[in-house]
Design a protein around this ligand. Structure first.
Ligand code: AMP
Ligand code: ZN
Length: 492
């Protein structure tokens, strides 16, 4: 039997502001859409917090046996800063500053994003559609909204008519804002905008002559509004009514509010059953954000090249740190917090790595089934990872007590214990076993030593020994590369 049949999951729905029983639209299937990164610069650790939480949600659904279609887009159309009506788009600005093509900016940061996610052990989503790959569909959606009377064209740009929409719908259903307050283009100067109402948002913008990323449309050579791509790509791949939509809390308004309005006009129904929003990662008590310079990059944590942390930390320590907090709470990033997480994570791994060596008895003094259920209950309660981790540490306590002979466990129970620890630590939380990591660390050390010895051999003109080291490493799949900066290597 699939595990989801015996696990009654509750999800906090930002739409109803309450925890609701999770019921899928199609039995055994979950459709989930998460807003992806805007690829005009490197993703910072705040972005990673949000994506990592949804990676764990995805992992838990898979663990429960659901068939999941997880769609996370790439925003590669350059939108104006703060989604304003005037100014330069963020991708074009970066392209100008770096003197490269906008699509080179997009490529560079998309590749970087994928590399970071790989290092942090993310599962790839089922579909990762790009905004630029769906311009035709975005134009089609605009036509529908115009035909239905909820958008208008002015001077080559098309705007969604929020006031008309709000007559029979609630623009504010998600964010709780009132239309009168929902003037989200604070940057627009008086008289500069051609919109009917300040609340209206762009579906299509006419490009000025300097704008490089542009596409032909019935209205002008231009580019789509930011909110549109998510309505288009979610409905294309998940249907007009799907299970879960996620993103960071800061996307609730205007982005998700606008998505609901656009989608609802097109299909006539609420597009999403459960809206999930993650809270912010803070640095120096402020939201981690690119725009303020208050951020740390995921790579800077792994290399230790930063001015914030006392030393480098592994990707699993960062995962552990993130999962020790509830996703709906703010989380403060600091060196001390990471040091504490590192200790906790090592303790968990050390105990886990001795699990298979425990001796078994004829009877169990520990109720493993009850403990296992507590782990599931934690995740079933709106993905409560900190509570799950506290139960994993109860497991650590069991391991010590069994080893000291103070508690007993049968072989059958030990198998359940070990499988459950394994499932939650690695499959669901996505942590990596540090004993494996430390063995790769040891290989690094051994190869560095051989590189040093080979250099000594070459300095002594002992070409035979130097070649022998190189050739024998090749047979092990390790290739040395001599460069100006010294010798580096790759492992196949
Ligand atoms: P962006 O590329 O700016 O659209 O951000 C990608 C995702 O990261 C969005 O879901 C944001 O809500 C989320 N995000 C941005 N800053 C933070 C932060 N400091 N903490 C957590 N999530 C964030
Ligand atoms: Zn989105």
């Amino acid at each position: 039997m699939k595990l989801y049949k015996e696990n009654q999951l509750k999800i906090y729905n930002s739409l109803s502001k309450s925890k609701e029983l999770f019921k899928t639209i199609h039995d055994g299937h979950v459709g989930m859409y998460v807003c992806g990164p805007t690829v005009y610069s490197n993703a910072h650790l705040g972005n990673i917090r949000t994506f990592m939480f949804f990676d764990v949600v995805y992992r838990y659904f898979l663990h429960l046996g659901y068939k999941v279609r997880y769609v996370r887009n790439i925003t590669d159309v350059g939108h104006l800063e703060n989604d304003a009506d005037h100014g330069e788009d963020r991708i074009a600005k970066k392209a100008r500053l770096e003197q490269i093509e906008p699509m080179e900016v997009v490529q560079r940061y998309t590749v970087d994003f994928h590399e970071v996610l790989k290092k942090y052990n993310f599962l790839p989503p089922s579909i990762e559609p790009t905004a630029t790959g769906h311009i035709v569909e975005q134009i089609e959606m605009i036509k529908i909204i115009i035909d239905k009377g909820f958008a208008y064209e002015i001077n080559g740009s098309v705007y969604f008519d929020v006031v008309a929409y709000n007559k029979n719908n609630n623009y504010g259903i998600l964010s709780g804002r009132k239309v009168e307050d929902a003037i989200h283009n604070t940057r627009t100067l008086d008289g500069q905008s051609d919109k009917r109402n300040p609340q209206d948002f762009a579906l299509w913008k006419k490009a000025d002559e300097r704008h490089i990323m542009r596409w032909p449309s019935p209205w002008s050579d231009g580019f789509p509004g930011w909110h549109l791509e998510c309505s288009v790509m979610s409905s294309k791949y998940l249907g007009t009514h799907f299970d879960i939509h996620g993103g960071g809390m800061d996307l609730k308004f205007p982005h998700h509010e606008c998505e609901i309005a656009q989608s609802k006009i097109c299909s006539g129904q609420q597009p999403v059953n459960y809206w999930m929003h993650t809270n912010m990662l803070l640095l120096n008590s402020q939201k981690m954000a690119k725009s303020t310079g208050n951020y740390i990059l995921p790579d800077q944590i792994l290399t230790g090249e930063n001015t914030i942390l006392s030393k480098a930390f592994s990707a699993s320590v960062i995962r552990f740190f993130n999962m020790q907090a509830n996703y709906r709470s703010i989380l403060d990033f600091s060196s001390e917090a990471l040091e504490a997480s590192e200790k906790g994570y090592s303790k968990l791994m050390e105990a886990f790595n001795t699990l298979s060596k425990l001796s078994t008895s004829k009877s169990s003094s520990i109720n493993i089934q009850e403990w296992k259920q507590k782990c599931y209950d934690a995740m079933n309660d709106d993905f409560n990872t900190p509570i799950l981790i506290s139960h994993l540490f109860e497991g650590v306590k069991f391991i010590h007590l069994i080893r000291e002979g103070k508690e007993t466990i049968t072989a059958t129970d030990l198998k359940v214990f070990s499988d459950t620890m394994n499932a939650f630590i690695f499959d669901v939380l996505g942590l990596l076993n540090n004993s494996k990591q430390s063995s790769s660390h040891k290989i690094d050390g051994v190869v560095e030593l051989l590189i040093k010895l080979r250099k000594q051999a070459r300095d002594n003109k002992d070409w035979a020994l130097s070649d022998q080291i190189r050739d024998e490493l090749i047979t092990l799949g390790i290739q040395l590369k001599d460069g100006r900066e010294g010798t580096s290597y790759t492992v196949n």
